[in-house]
Design a protein around this ligand. Structure first.
Ligand code: ZN
Length: 171
């Protein structure tokens, strides 16, 4: 985990989705602002900057490597446990079925087993996505709708894609 890096913040100017039967094309026009940051030794740090397109006051919240690892570990464990529980419920249902045990949905055991089989993979998928995409860097607007924490047309480009960093290095 690099202590110093550059975040790429995008100001979306135009976004169009063109549908032609089974074919779709997404056209995006945006400008980017490169924001260098340094990871703090502990806790999290705020980096203030302005959007190069609209001059909006924005900030990055950068977690320390220790904090980031803690968040990632929690998400990974949530994913592992959720997938494990889903598989266990599925195996239990198959074993019960082959043993001639009927697990009717009218019973609590039947409902819980079905819920576990259906919901655990969903929870696991969300947690796994969060684990994979968590970079410990969050974008906030300084003047924002506090309830929604919106940053307007600004989004942080996902470093998990690897594009942002490569793009910076190639310039
Ligand atoms: Zn902007």
């Amino acid at each position: 985990m690099a202590d110093r890096s550059v975040a790429t913040v995008r100001h979306m100017i135009e976004e169009r989705l063109l549908y032609l039967l089974v074919w779709a094309r997404l056209t995006q026009r945006f400008t980017v602002t490169a924001v260098p940051y340094r990871r703090p030794a502990e806790g999290s740090a705020i980096v203030d900057f302005r959007c190069e397109e609209c001059d909006a006051e924005l900030m990055l919240e950068v977690k320390s490597a220790v904090l980031l690892r803690k968040v990632q570990r929690r998400r990974l464990w949530t994913a592992v446990v959720a997938f494990g529980a889903g598989v266990a419920a599925g195996v239990a249902a198959v074993l019960a079925e082959s043993a001639g045990l009927v697990l009717p949905l009218s019973t609590a055991a039947g409902k819980w087993t079905l819920a576990a089989i259906v919901l655990c993979p969903v929870v696991g998928a969300f947690a796994a996505y969060g684990w994979w995409h968590e970079s410990g860097v969050e974008l906030h607007a300084v003047e924002q709708d506090v309830a929604q924490d919106r940053a307007g047309p600004h989004t942080l480009m996902d470093p998990a894609v690897g594009f942002a960093e490569r793009w910076h290095r190639s310039r």
